[in-house]
Design a protein around this ligand. Structure first.
Ligand code: ATP
Ligand code: MG
Length: 457
């Protein structure tokens, strides 16, 4: 029986409430039973924790900061949860700013490091008769959480978080780790488990499906079966998420160093389509994803070496199959190569920004990478030097190498450019004259034969 059908049938069998309801119970893990040491926490994060505590507020390190230290890793950033309101936090730190509408939070800025401070949130069961709460916590007709500014207790705050392993709190006063949702157990079993009913939690915020994939790939965790079950069916809900938020999520998905694994998971759970609909359409019509895979592998290797990854390179690769398809379609319709490419670029970007926005500072360079693919083969005369001067040359050259590795082009051109960049002036001239000595045959062929020169009488 097809897998999809089996899943469908399974979802129709009533569970009769037999599902083991998970108990959420507060548990404190003392310092000698965990490995979160103060030295693993950044100075700015400690400063914020101490100042909040000294001012009489509760404050805890929470989320990825605790999770990653417990796993022996290095947190990307530090998030703090407190019972102080955003305004109170803002008053306490001169170097802070109030941000967000959907979630009102405070950023405390220390040079390049930003500490995100959120006020304990509750109201998961906000009483409908309670007008202020209703106003602060708003859901759409699809169950999407539009606003969530009802403050609550620490326990409520823990239970509105996404995964159990993200709901662990570290207290810098007594060095305990506080676990409200058996997150430590899941951490040990390397499992991602949503807190509460997965269907409801994904409907509240479909981005949680992408977060499940991101953490599964980044931490090499399994997605626990009940957390995994509704994803495919609910994946289309991502269409309700603003394109700007999805753009941010795509960047996070592909810049955590496990891009290829992430791509596989997104594909497996039908989550690639809401992010890159045109690409998925091209792939479904038989286009190859080898270039995407090679580019992601390349990106992963760069991240492993501590190098940066540019969003425009990533998007240029992710949208390449869509661009190729549209470009070919236009040429089949009789458009000449160059105008067909320009029109295809416009079309593909125009459609993509309906799913994920692409800020102009990235879409411009992305177009240039694509356009340069046509310029890179033309090297005669001064052209090679002019191309090399182009601000996007390096990215376009990297892209060319990926295309060659993907078997899209005869190997050779990439190596030529590698050599040309490394060569001294004399050797560069030699390389160019070598090209010109190969060229006349072509040129002669292109010059019209005498018959055509004859002007009709
Ligand atoms: P990392 O920073 O490594 O990406 P993180 O878990 O810290 O991982 P953040 O996006 O920084 O992720 O969010 C901080 C915390 O806020 C999370 O650990 C989680 O507890 C909570 N959180 C973030 N996004 C959501 C969401 N969409 N739904 C529920 N809780 C969330
Ligand atoms: Mg974080």
């Amino acid at each position: 029986m097809p897998k999809k059908l089996v899943e469908k049938l399974r979802s129709l069998i009533p569970s009769n409430g037999k599902k083991k309801a998970r108990k959420y119970q507060r548990r404190e893990v003392p310092r000698d039973q965990h490995n979160v040491s103060r030295s693993a926490i950044s100075e700015p994060a400690k400063k914020v924790l101490h100042r909040l505590n000294k001012s009489g507020y509760e404050a805890y390190l929470v989320g990825g900061g605790v999770r990653d230290i417990l796993l022996g890793g290095k947190p990307k950033d530090f998030d703090i949860a407190t019972n102080a309101t955003p305004e109170e936090v803002h008053d306490l730190f001169r170097n802070s700013r109030l941000i967000g509408r959907r979630f009102r939070i405070v950023h405390v800025v220390f040079g390049r490091e930003i500490i995100e401070v959120t006020t304990f949130r509750g109201g998961a069961d906000a009483n409908d008769d309670d007008a202020p709460a209703r106003d602060a916590r708003k859901t759409s007709e699809h169950g999407l959480l539009l606003r969530d500014n009802v403050y609550g207790s620490q326990e409520e705050d823990a239970l509105r978080r996404d995964f159990t392993v993200n709901a662990l709190y570290y207290c810098i006063r007594d060095f305990t780790v506080i676990d409200f949702a058996s997150g430590i157990e899941d951490l040990k079993n390397r499992q991602l488990r949503l807190i509460g009913d997965p269907d409801t939690r994904y409907r509240e915020d479909p981005v949680r499906m992408l977060r499940a994939i991101r953490f599964a790939a980044k931490l090499d965790f399994q997605i626990e079966p009940e957390t995994e079950a509704p994803i495919r069916e609910l994946a289309p809900l991502l269409a309700h998420i603003p394109p700007a938020r999805l753009f941010d999520e795509v960047l996070k998905l592909f810049s955590a160093g496990q891009g290829e694994a992430t791509y596989d998971l997104l594909t497996r759970y039908d989550l690639l389509a809401p992010l890159f609909p045109e690409t998925v359409r091209a792939l479904d019509s038989g286009a190859s994803d080898t270039l995407i895979r090679k580019a992601l592998r390349n990106t992963d290797a760069r991240i492993a070496q501590g190098k940066s990854v540019t969003p425009y390179f990533l998007f240029a690769a992710m949208l390449w199959p869509a661009l190729q398809a549209e470009w070919a379609r236009r040429q089949d319709n009789g458009d000449p190569v160059q105008p067909a490419l320009h029109a295809a670029i416009g079309k593909v970007i125009g459609r993509q920004v309906q799913s994920t926005s692409i800020p102009k500072r990235f879409s411009g360079p992305m177009k240039e990478i694509w356009e340069l693919q046509m310029r890179l083969p033309r090297r005669q005369g001064k052209r090679a030097f002019a191309t090399m001067e182009h601000p996007r040359f390096r990215a376009a050259y990297d892209f060319l190498l990926v295309r060659e590795a993907a078997g899209e082009l005869e190997p050779g051109l990439g190596q030529w450019w590698t050599d040309f960049q490394e060569a001294n002036e004399r050797d560069q001239e030699r390389m160019l004259s070598q090209l010109s000595s190969d060229a006349p045959k072509k040129r002669r062929r292109r010059r019209k034969p005498p018959a055509q020169k004859q002007v009709p009488q």
